[in-house]
Design a protein around this ligand. Structure first.
Ligand code: CP
Ligand code: NVA
Length: 323
């Protein structure tokens, strides 16, 4: 039985960045979740926890954000550090300065960088040219911080992470990709139900299959939302048009119309299934109000957990280590 509150790591945490959850072992994911639970307790008991006193986190955004921006800024503050919001409109990166120069310069001033941008390669390059931790706050390919918060929320609701099935209904996007990786790392069955042409790419599915062999779980990709949701313990959806796909919205609304998570579809999941959504949500599109605002929805716990898991990630990556 997984006891994250008292989790004893098998190895010491040995990561320099959080670029993609595929780089992390199950043990490292558990270490993050375990620390997140401790930090959440301390926060709720008003116990100061300045583990990153005097440290500065630069937060680069080339896309909009509510949760990521606020939870990182509040999180570093609660850890005794300082967050620096850098919109790409305001820094020279937005005017063509290279990632390489940006990485080298910021490494001289700050202790870590969180970046939200389009191309995953930019995040990889930032890590390559900096000598401080880089945290991926969402790219077109991945959203690792979101999935850590999702796993924590599932653990709190269900008391375990394996012997569960998560059904993701919708677009095979960044969130779906990271869910495939996160679930198959921890041994949770995952079924993706998406329209033809909107499946996650083959490389991600291949990673999921490899992970699932090690963690003993199942990954299914189907074009039938009914098939995907059957026997699910967790039902998850996300927007049909992600940031950067605004012009495809009308086409996507048509393609996804039978993939809405509504009472009829949700009733095919297990009777005690919970609903998750990374937010922002569009009621009447990917989900109805009766589901997202209903008693089985954990979306605001999930949003809160962004704060706690990201604080754990920052502590593990940015605190001085003896190694
Ligand atoms: N879920 C999420 O990342 O939300 P934001 O886009 O508001 O940061
Ligand atoms: N798939 C969405 C997630 C937003 C948090 C997007 O990339 O816009």
């Amino acid at each position: 039985m997984l006891d994250l509150e008292n989790y004893k790591p098998k190895k010491s945490f040995n990561q320099n960045h959080l670029l993609c959850l595929q780089d992390y072992s199950k043990d490292e994911i558990y270490q993050i979740l375990s620390l997140a639970l401790k930090l959440k307790d301390m926060q709720q008991m008003n116990m100061p926890h300045p583990f990153l006193k005097g440290k500065t986190l630069a937060m680069i955004f080339t896309k909009s954000s509510t949760r990521t921006r606020v939870s990182f800024e509040v999180g570093i503050h609660q850890l005794g550090g300082h967050g620096l919001f850098l919109s790409s409109d305001d820094i020279q990166l937005g005017r063509g300065e290279t990632i390489e120069d940006t990485a080298k310069v910021l490494s001289r001033y700050v202790d870590g960088i969180m970046i939200r941008t389009y191309d995953q390669q930019d995040v990889v390059d930032l890590a390559r040219f900096s000598n401080i931790p880089i945290i991926n706050g969402l790219t077109d390919s991945y959203h690792p911080c979101q999935i850590l918060a999702d796993l924590l929320t599932i653990y709190e609701a269900k008391g375990r992470l394996s012997n569960l099935k998560l059904a993701y209904i919708g677009d095979g996007n960044n969130v779906a990709n990271s869910l495939i990786i996160g679930c198959t790392k921890v041994g949770m069955d995952i079924a993706i139900g998406c329209p033809i042409g909107y499946e996650p790419n083959d490389q991600i599915i291949a990673m999921g299959i490899e992970n699932s062999k090690l963690s003993d779980c199942r990954i299914t990709v189907t074009n039938s939302p009914i098939e995907a949701i059957k026997y699910a313990d967790i039902v998850y959806t996300d927007v049909w048009a992600s940031m950067g796909q605004e012009e495809e919205e009308d086409v996507r609304d048509k393609a996804f119309s039978s993939y809405q998570v509504n009472e009829e579809l949700f009733s095919l999941a297990k009777p005690d299934a919970i609903f998750l959504h990374c937010l922002p949500a569009y009621r009447g599109k990917e989900v109805t109000s009766e589901i997202i605002d209903g008693p089985r929805s954990f979306v605001f716990d999930e949003a809160e957990n962004r704060l706690h898991v990201q604080k754990a990630v920052m502590v593990l990556l940015m605190q001085e280590r003896s190694d």
